[in-house]
Design a protein around this ligand. Structure first.
Ligand SMILES: Cc1cc2nc3c(=O)[nH]c(=O)nc-3n(C[C@H](O)[C@H](O)[C@H](O)COP(=O)(O)OP(=O)(O)OC[C@H]3O[C@@H](n4cnc5c(N)ncnc54)[C@H](O)[C@@H]3O)c2cc1C
Ligand SMILES: NC(=O)c1ccc[n+]([C@@H]2O[C@H](COP(=O)([O-])OP(=O)(O)OC[C@H]3O[C@@H](n4cnc5c(N)ncnc54)[C@H](OP(=O)(O)O)[C@@H]3O)[C@@H](O)[C@H]2O)c1
Length: 457
């Protein structure tokens, strides 16, 4: 008689699927619950749509994991307060461990007056829109001609890419609270948009801020040369978009007209102050205005509090008591400050643990570390008999089905994938995606009924 554990993974992004990979290889039964119909998280709905090779490679690996006989995928299912299943309902089903890898689904606001005006957007929502995540795919996301984007990380670059090549807006203004030396984007990524950067304006901007950089020992000329050295292999421009940088500028207020529509962004001048290795931005109380039709915050995200795990200041609380182990168990353990105790068998990984940090590879590694911690936790727990595991699985499936009749299983996803490929061929495009859950569900039903008809012939 076989003995193993039942592991529930909530969230099928790179982190959760790394956990599913390790745990299923160890012979455990793995249930994956995922909000989206499709797996992949930001690998499917974040990574820029033209990165076909990267996306295709990841997808292939994920298919392999999810089609293993001991992995059970339930898509279109949300866990949390007011969602399909709550955390306590899930735990009451008696799995050996539950891992939350739900990513950073909350919106980070930075407390700028007017940030709820019409024309203010958060980068993640725009990213979900152009990657056709249902709910975001069909909203218009009107941007106007002049767009201010706040932040200078890779997400800013993706947004600028979309605004310049897809939306073909006239101007993209990048608002950066610190200096050019504190830019966070990857030099390779800037190639997608460097052809749009207005080089004269960039040079003038560097001259404008030179004294404030010199005050902290930075040379504006050297930094400009370094930036320009990265503007090689720029992809050819396909629009007339111009891109401008505004450094040492902290967003202060979104200016609106009497219809609450964005007309500009007020920024406060800042200077750098050395505190440790990383300089901080300090406001100088003088402000200036950048006229614009919309504002996109590309400043990172936070977790979704509604998942229902102990939450504080934008993050899920983990165990503050360090262990001697490597990886350190405490970093992955959910923790209840009210009782002062670890929540037994509940773990966190990926962007659910550290929001907006790192690439797919980092999330994958985090899932692998988390798996080590879970395996350590299970080491002194007695495994369950096979019948017990299947009984728990049946109960879980029944509960999920009762809350979400449109739950999507892996055979449904295979049908969907075939339908999308056929549609892509018909339209002669590299990748076709159904933009709504309804269309995806209809396609699955159609494919499956066609398969039934041909089987009965
Ligand atoms: C715009 C953008 C572009 C990026 N481009 C790249 C790139 O080119 N290369 C690269 O290496 N990295 C890139 N990254 C980083 C990479 O996408 C992340 O590091 C990685 O996806 C994080 O993985 P995760 O599993 O922690 O979270 P996610 O990928 O966000 O996955 C979370 C999963 O949880 C599910 N979920 C959420 N809430 C619930 C719930 N309540 N119940 C059930 N399921 C839930 C979601 O449906 C999703 O499937 C990009 C990130 C962004 C934001
Ligand atoms: N193509 C890719 O490979 C790709 C694409 C997208 C995302 N990613 C990855 O995903 C992760 C998240 O990317 P990200 O761009 O969201 O995060 P990020 O790299 O941390 O950049 C966030 C930017 O927002 C700024 N910011 C934060 N709070 C602010 C505030 N209150 N006021 C003004 N500016 C503020 C930050 O400035 P400060 O530095 O001053 O805080 C920074 O410039 C990164 O690891 C990134 O590499 C990768």
């Amino acid at each position: 008689m076989g003995m193993n554990h039942l592991i529930v993974v909530v969230g099928a992004g790179p982190a959760g699927l790394a956990v599913a990979n390790v745990m299923s290889k160890q012979g455990h039964e793995v249930v994956v619950l995922n909000r989206d119909i499709k797996f992949g998280g930001l690998a499917e709905y974040g990574i820029f749509p033209n990165k076909h090779k990267l996306r295709g490679g990841l997808r292939k690996g994920y298919w392999e994991i999810l089609t293993r006989p001991n992995v059970h995928y339930f898509g279109n299912v949300m866990v949390g307060n007011g969602y399909h299943l709550t955390v306590s309902e899930l735990r009451a089903l008696g799995p050996s461990a539950v891992v939350f890898s739900t990513g950073a689904q909350g919106t980070k606001t930075i407390g700028v007056e007017g940030d709820t005006a019409r024309g203010v957007y958060h980068a993640k929502d725009c990213v979900y829109h152009y990657n056709l995540l249902p709910e975001f795919s069909t909203r218009p996301f009107e941007m106007g001609q002049r767009v201010a984007v706040i932040g200078i990380g890779d997400v800013m670059v993706d947004i600028a890419h979309w605004l310049s090549r897809r939306r073909r807006v006239a101007e993209v203004h990048v608002i950066v609270r610190r200096g050019p030396a504190e830019r966070k984007y990857n030099p390779k990524e800037i190639r997608a948009v460097c052809a749009f950067i207005d080089q004269d304006s960039l040079q003038k901007e560097m001259v404008r801020i030179a004294p404030r950089l010199e005050a902290v020992g930075q040379s504006s000329e050297k930094i400009l040369a370094e930036m320009r050295a990265e503007f090689t292999k720029c992809e050819p421009p396909e629009s007339h978009t111009r891109m401008y940088f505004h450094f040492l500028s902290s967003p202060k207020r979104v200016l609106t007209n009497d219809q609450n529509q964005v007309i500009g962004l007020e920024a406060e001048d800042t200077k750098l102050e050395l505190r440790g290795a990383d300089p901080a931005a300090v406001g100088l109380k003088t402000c200036y205005t950048i006229p614009c039709d919309s504002v996109v915050f590309a400043v990172g995200d936070r977790v979704d509090e509604a998942v229902g795990l102990p939450y504080k200041n934008g993050i899920f609380v983990t165990n503050p008591h360090r262990t001697q182990n490597d990886p350190d168990d405490s970093l992955f353990q959910a923790y209840d400050e009210a009782t002062g105790e670890v929540i037994p068998g509940v773990f966190l990984c990926g962007w659910a643990r550290k929001a907006s940090e790192g690439l797919v590879g980092v999330a994958k590694r985090d899932g692998e570390w988390c798996s080590e911690v879970v395996l350590r936790y299970l080491a002194d727990k007695s495994p369950l008999a096979t019948e017990e595991v299947s009984c728990k699985l049946t109960r879980l499936e029944a509960l999920v089905k009762s809350r979400q009749p449109d739950v999507v299983r892996v055979d449904d996803l295979l049908a969907l994938s075939e339908m999308e490929q056929e549609e892509g061929q018909r339209r002669d495009i590299e990748e076709f995606k159904f933009p709504t859950n309804d269309e995806m569900l209809t396609a699955i039903r159609r494919k499956k009924s066609m398969a039934k008809v041909s089987a009965s012939r």
